[in-house]
Design a protein around this ligand. Structure first.
Ligand code: IMP
Length: 194
């Protein structure tokens, strides 16, 4: 069966593709020629994931899943949260976003935070939601060269390093997205083997 992963991000796509049962033909938004600017207007990660998956299923009549991720900082009442990509502005620049967050947390000792990923899957005429969370804290300065986004300032619980200091395989084994994807893959294996 054909299943759309509602992303243009080839790295995310490849990461998931290798985990799926071989009889699933995973395709991206690029593969189906979908270049629409899908409006992510919901107030929650779950809402935005649903909007993207529903858009594709309605327009193309295909099974589809989409993911949405946010960084929630306790001392900032959950900000940047659903606005993580554009925290410092519409340019969606990772350095600007991190600099803004470090400034907001300047002098704060309470630096706990978590990444959350929500995946919405439309399949067999119903919708399933999968979530993954990783807890940690925001460091006082950037460290590490791997990863993307807020990785250089996020230190997962139980580790001395930031996400950007860990290898991709270690990050995937403990990360928000890794956990949500594992739940999705387990569900697809169970559902499609019936
Ligand atoms: P998206 O929903 O996957 O596009 O994520 C939204 C924003 O959250 C991204 O633009 C990044 O700023 C941030 N983000 C998502 N996942 C990660 C991650 O694994 N590490 C660091 N930042 C992330």
């Amino acid at each position: 069966m054909k299943l759309v992963f509602a992303t243009h991000n080839q790295n995310k796509f490849n990461e998931v593709k290798v985990l799926l049962p071989p009889h699933i033909e995973l395709v991206s938004l690029t593969d189906i020629g979908c270049y629409d600017e899908i409006p992510e207007t919901a107030q929650t990660l779950e809402g935005n994931a649903q909007i993207k998956a529903d858009f594709v299923t309605k327009k193309y009549g295909l099974s589809c899943f989409s993911d949405d991720t946010g960084l929630l900082v306790d001392a900032l009442n959950g900000a940047p949260g659903v606005l993580s990509a554009r925290y410092a502005g519409d340019q969606k620049n990772a350095t600007d976003n991190m600099d803004k967050l470090l400034l907001e947390l300047k002098d704060k000792t309470q630096r706990s935070a978590r990444f959350e990923t929500v995946i919405a899957l439309n399949i067999n005429k119903k919708q399933e939601i999968f979530k993954g969370v990783v807890h940690g804290q925001i460091t006082t300065k950037k460290a590490g060269k791997e990863g993307f986004g807020y990785d250089p300032i996020f230190q997962p619980q139980g580790y001395e390093q930031t996400f950007a200091d860990l290898s991709l395989s270690v990050k995937n084994s403990i990360s928000h997205r890794g956990k949500a994807i594992k739940k999705l893959v387990t569900y697809l294996h169970q559902t499609l083997s019936k």
